[in-house]
Design a protein around this ligand. Sequence first.
Ligand code: SF4
Length: 342
Amino acid sequence: MSAKECVIPVFVPHLGCPHDCVFCNQRRISGSETPATAATVLQAIKQSAALPRSGAKRQLAFYGGSFTAIEASRQEELLAAAAAAAERGEIDSIRLSTRPDAIDGEALARLKRYSVETVELGAQSMDEDVLRRSGRGHTAADVVQAAKAVKAAGFRLILQMMTGLPGDSAERDVETAKKLIALHPDGVRIYPTVIVRDTALYDLWRAGKYREHTVEDAVAVCARLVPLFDEAGVPIIRLGLNPTEELSSGAAVGGAYHPALGELVRARVMRQKALGLLQGVEPGSAVTLGVRAEELSQMIGQRRENISFLCAALLLSELKVRSCAAEKGEIVILSVEKNGKV
Ligand code: SF4
């Protein structure tokens, strides 16, 4: 999604889901209890029309269920309402999310008829053991097949993956990322696992059968995934669950729930880059690094965490960060001083 896109969300909580994935309670995650109807679609568009447009493209997004597994008549009702709004110029595009095993020729033909632009597939993992233990009810082969069909039919393809699921490991997450990149998506969303109340995962965790994927675990593994997607030119359009009032006020009981998770991960990526770049700098040196102005806070880290970490790890006497004309994601050594000598 570009910065010039404004999303109008319509939640279809759990509609069409043939399984209860262990981590999922969409009613709590989305904060929405009622299934959407045509009236919900029109209401969402009407409410968003009151917001200033500032030239942003308006995308209607059906979230939170398995759209193409919903009974066909309900899909038609929702899509017809959205497509009519698009014809009236009230929205610019339609997006929806669904399961990989709910994609076939008939489903895609229906989405085409109503001019859907983007299909998001919840892949979550490409590891069979993780998929099975997470109750997903589909295989990695289903993801491959569905992703290819979505692309071949001319839709924009967004893939979602999770980290820290039951049976998961950092290596398995890295493998999943590589397999998703090989499917050439137009973007990915990465959702580190959050333990939400009233889910099977919550029960597993309470019973000591699932080890929590902490914020630190998520930051560490995502800092390995982000460079893979960046290098492959696959935009990461979301990292971490969108904070909602429901999650923040107690539904998220553990796991990687943090309102600024994406920032924490980007800061960790910068820290790792700086660590590699400064290997060989003599202990006791005072170093000044340069990054783009908009990446200063990522380089410094929350509560100057990266500065403290790098000074301690490399025994630097001082580390300063300045803005400079660097490339996106690039770190430049502006100066290294030791005993007053440059
Ligand atoms: S993760 Fe997706 S498929 Fe699984 S229960 Fe939740 S909404 Fe349904």
